[in-house]
Ligand binder design. Structure first.
Ligand code: TMP
Length: 230
């Protein structure tokens, strides 16, 4: 009957960890400077304090070949990369992220917090004017649909101000140019009204860091009630 009696560690884990009926995928989105990355880490900490098992992932990935191409080419010499190639790299990086990080963590019934996903492609690559956001969404039809999207909304000037404080300088990076960010924000507004797969929470992210973490934790804890096993 080996294996029939759970060992002490399994028993302790059952009491210490809140189990979910299945993995839950939650994506954070927003323009540059919306505070996403800071908030995802704070919310992950807070969910762990509530005894949930949490996995965090970020696109573009620093560890994938495609994420590194994006980092070295798109972020530094965007003018040398065609919009088609740029989109292709984000799609390949997303496939890598799904296989390497997202799907294995969902299998383990974790909460998976994803820092940017296909809504970023639709909003950002859609703002390059070569393709429509709808076309970009359709190119992402291979990707697992998340359970919840959290879109952090800030006015572009506030996003730009936060970036200047973070980077301690005025950035000339095209990705962060105000005009482009305005297009991206308009795309988010448009996409949030469409059926993009999964529930959407549009959150005003212009308040303080602490207020925002509390708001986001409350939204997520409420959302998780449907996946509670006890
Ligand atoms: P971040 O690492 O600060 O979130 O920056 C990632 C940048 O990459 C951000 O400017 C948005 C951009 N991006 C796209 O253009 N398309 C995508 O699909 C993703 C995931 C990110």
């Amino acid at each position: 009957m080996e294996g029939a009696v759970p060992n002490i560690y399994t028993v302790m884990r059952r009491f210490s960890v809140k189990e979910l009926s299945r993995g839950v995928m939650i994506v954070f989105e927003g323009i540059d400077g919306s505070g996403k990355t800071t908030q995802i880490l704070k919310v992950a900490e807070s969910l762990k304090e509530h005894s949930y098992e949490v996995t965090v992932t970020h696109e573009p990935n620093h560890n994938s070949k495609w994420g590194q191409l994006i980092q070295n080419k798109v972020k530094r010499h965007r003018e040398e990369v065609t919009p088609e190639t740029e989109l292709e790299w984000y799609l390949k990086d997303r496939k890598w992220d799904l296989e390497t990080n997202i799907l294995p963590a969902l299998e383990k019934n974790h909460i998976v917090l994803v820092d940017r996903y296909y809504l970023s492609s639709a909003a950002y690559q859609g703002a390059l004017k070569t393709f429509t956001p709808e076309y970009v969404l359709q190119r992402n039809s291979f990707a697992q649909k998340p359970d919840l999207w959290i879109i952090l909304d800030v006015p572009v000037p506030l996003g730009q101000k936060r970036l200047r404080i973070r980077d301690k300088k005025d950035t000339k990076d095209q990705l962060e140019k105000a005009e482009y960010q305005e297009e991206v924000r308009q795309n988010y507004l448009k996409l949030a009204k469409m059926d993009i797969g999964g529930k959407i929470e549009w959150v005003d992210a212009s308040g303080t860091e602490k207020e925002l973490t509390e708001t986001l934790t409350t939204i997520i804890l409420k959302f998780l009630r449907d996946f509670q096993t006890h």
